[in-house]
Write a protein that binds this ligand. Structure first.
Ligand SMILES: [Zn+2]
Length: 463
């Protein structure tokens, strides 16, 4: 099934790039990236007529530029043979090189409109046209979706809340080189349907009031986390008068309002800015049509759009073979990060779990993930991720049973000993908040506000 070909770059600094051939003509290319993940999988699908589609080219760096030059040389390809780049989601390790590759090849870069909106929000290209009116009528505008923006209290800080920075204080802010921390894995889901057999946009559009992003927005009125903070967030965005604050400014304040000590929150800004070179230049994007199969490598692939790890994340399914190119929607060994982020999906864990159940309904013979190796046993892997998140919900609930806690305190308890970099801290914090938001939604916890910020408490007993 697999014929592995290995070659080492001419330059020592390049490291090793591996190209592996799979059934159906899929070529897996391991592109280098920063620890803890170290490698992201790109997939090349040759169409048999001299053209190729590249899925998730990787992050932009001198090393990855060189890696791709070597890959093309090894495969006897020239740039113009790259006809399309398909990006599963907007995270830099997947989307980053798309613009650079487009400059060289003139290729189309396809991603979902929702993912592109997220890229604009995260990477500062500015809100795309129509963002203030919603995304293609299917989802809320990024501003409207930001039900998770906190009521930010000026001057609030974790220190004031008496939170011991404890385990975070030893952050050397250098990467550990270990990939043990699953919370650092990076990226997850969004636009799920309600667990039916079609988790694509088409399904989500048809069930707008039930699931997916639109559903998440609809849930805003039901109270819970999004309901509490949604109004303010709309006011914030509406009042910005065309000058939206960047995520670099908003996220540290968001974390601080949930108890993260200021000195740690302030590291987040520089951390986010450090990703900009990895996503520069940004591509001109052609939106992936959610209802239409995508022709790649001479075969038709069904786009399955889910979320929770990243809004608008697309997996690509080839029904006849059961092959699924799944980005970071489902990963082997690693639990894809599920992040609550301001300006994004207010219920990311719900969306993620709905997406998992939806993907699970497809017969998958072999999954081609964004990290680690292609794997079979897809259903078992999905089940284990579902269990993992329920266990983590229970852990968070048990913590609150002892008394109200800030999001940061819960994060600290959940991820104790596993956070060794600001990168991991960001993922751990936003993942803890995603779980807390889900507990609130399920009425297993409630939000309270104190002078020192937002706290989560066990839900009062019924009656
Ligand atoms: Zn990734």
């Amino acid at each position: 099934m697999v014929s592995g070909r290995r070659f080492r770059g001419g330059d020592e600094q390049v490291g090793t790039v591996q190209i592996t051939s799979w059934d159906g003509g899929i070529l897996q290319v391991s592109v280098p990236m920063d620890p803890p993940l170290r490698q992201v999988n790109s997939y090349i699908l040759p169409d048999g007529e001299g053209g190729i589609t590249v899925i998730d080219p990787g992050p932009h760096s001198a090393e990855t530029e060189q890696a791709w030059q070597q890959v093309l040389q090894e495969l006897n390809l020239v740039w113009t043979q790259i006809r399309e780049v398909v990006v599963t989601h907007h995270h830099p390790d997947h989307y980053g090189l798309a613009g650079w590759m487009q400059e060289r090849s003139g290729c189309l870069v396809r991603m979902t409109e929702r993912a592109h909106a997220e890229a604009s929000w995260m990477w500062g290209a500015g809100p795309p046209a129509g963002l203030d009116k919603g995304i293609d009528g299917r989802g809320p505008a990024v501003g409207e979706a930001s039900g998770n923006l906190p009521k930010y209290a000026e001057g609030s800080s974790g220190a004031d809340a008496g939170i011991d920075a404890g385990i975070w204080s030893n952050l050397g802010l250098s990467f550990s080189g270990s990939d043990a921390a699953s919370c650092g894995s990076g990226y997850g889901y969004d636009e799920a349907a309600d667990g039916g057999t079609d988790c694509g946009y088409a399904g989500a559009a048809g069930k707008e009031s039930e699931g997916g992003y639109a559903g998440a927005a609809g849930r805003e009125n039901e109270g819970g986390y999004a309901g509490l903070v949604g109004k303010e967030s709309k006011d914030r965005f509406a009042g910005a008068a065309g000058r939206l604050p960047g995520i670099n400014e908003v996220l540290p304040r968001f974390f601080a309002s949930h108890g993260m000590p200021e000195h740690l929150a302030s590291e987040i800004r520089g951390h986010l800015e450090s990703f900009l070179p990895q996503v520069t230049p940004q591509p001109g994007v052609t939106y992936l049509h959610p209802e239409a199969p995508l022709r790649m490598g001479g075969r038709d692939w069904l786009p399955l759009i889910t979320g929770g790890h990243a809004p608008g994340h697309v997996s690509l399914y080839h029904a006849a073979s059961g092959q699924l190119i799944c980005g970071d929607a489902v990963l082997p060994q690693i639990s894809p990060n599920v992040s609550l982020l301001p300006g994004s999906d207010p219920q990311p864990l719900l969306t993620f779990l709905e997406g998992l159940r939806c993907l699970r309904s497809y017969p998958v013979s072999m999954a081609f993930p964004g990290h680690r190796e292609p794997f079979s046993g897809f259903t078992a892997r999905v089940d284990s991720l579902l269990r993992h998140h329920e266990e983590r919900l229970q852990q968070a609930e048990a913590l609150l049973a002892a008394g109200p806690l800030s999001g940061f305190a819960v994060c600290e308890a959940l991820f104790r000993g596993r956070v060794t970099s600001v990168h991991q801290l960001r993922f751990a914090m936003s993942e803890a908040l995603a779980h807390l938001a889900e507990l609130v939604r399920q009425e297993r916890a409630v939000l309270t506000e104190s002078s020192s910020g937002i706290l989560f408490a066990a839900a009062p007993l019924p009656g």
